[in-house]
Design a protein around this ligand. Structure first.
Ligand SMILES: Cc1cc2nc3c(=O)[nH]c(=O)nc-3n(C[C@H](O)[C@H](O)[C@H](O)COP(=O)(O)O)c2cc1C
Length: 201
């Protein structure tokens, strides 16, 4: 086997790029986050890995709420900016136009095509500096211009991904095929012909 072992690393590409938000003592704070994803469908849940030293983390602990905001490619600079500078050093509360939803203390970003407010369900300590936070999705906000048939449209939202080990932001590509459908081609052309071959033996 020619496989090279790369160890306990985080190479599960593509990594999303989101802006995590929380209120700290009544003031909004935001940070870039890539260790984040959907982990349950019904009820919808998000899990994320956040360093306990981050100000945003402290706000999440304070209120047991947070927001996840999905920036588009034209927000790349401000998205990186809130990941470079900590809330200790700069005031990030006025960088975005903020609105509040059902939870009242999970600050949502108006400029982002998609914003999700979450209530903390569990905080897990799995080792190292990060905690894993699991939040239940309470509400999702978007605008008509980002939707197709009432569903957030990735081509209209234009999110981007992150490559951690060479520090690159990467644009998404074009549609490849229809999910739960294109697999039927594989079954008919390859799997079934293989089965037919077997029956001849
Ligand atoms: C592209 C990118 C991805 C990041 N992903 C994470 C992450 O997944 N978890 C984390 O704890 N910090 C992550 N960070 C670091 C925080 O965003 C950064 O330390 C931020 O300044 C913390 O701000 P705060 O102290 O005001 O909350 C990321 C930063 C960048 C630029």
């Amino acid at each position: 086997m020619d496989k090279i072992k790369l160890g306990n690393k985080s190479f599960l590409y593509p990594m999303p790029v989101c802006i995590l938000g929380s209120d700290i003592k009544g003031k909004a704070n935001f940070m870039t986050i890539s260790f984040i994803g959907i982990v349950n469908a019904n009820p919808g849940m998000i899990a994320l890995g956040c360093n306990r030293k981050h100000n945003t983390y402290k706000g999440i602990k304070e209120n047991k709420t947070f927001s996840v905001n999905l920036p588009s490619v034209d927000m790349i600079e401000i998205t990186d900016y809130v990941g470079i500078y900590a809330g200790d050093d700069i005031d990030k509360s006025s960088l975005f136009e903020i609105f509040y939803g059902k939870l009242e203390n999970a600050p949502l970003i108006k400029e982002c095509p998609l914003s999700i407010e979450c209530k903390v369900l569990q905080i897990l300590q799995l080792g190292g500096y990060d905690d894993v936070i699991i939040g239940e999705i309470i509400e999702t906000y978007s605008e008509d211009k980002y939707l197709t048939n009432s569903i957030p449209d990735i081509d209209k939202i234009k999110p981007f991904t992150f490559s951690m080990y060479n520090n690159n932001y990467i644009r998404l590509g074009n549609k490849l095929g229809d999910a739960w459908s294109i697999g039927e081609n594989y079954k008919q052309e390859k799997h079934f012909s293989h089965l037919t071959l077997n029956t001849k033996h």
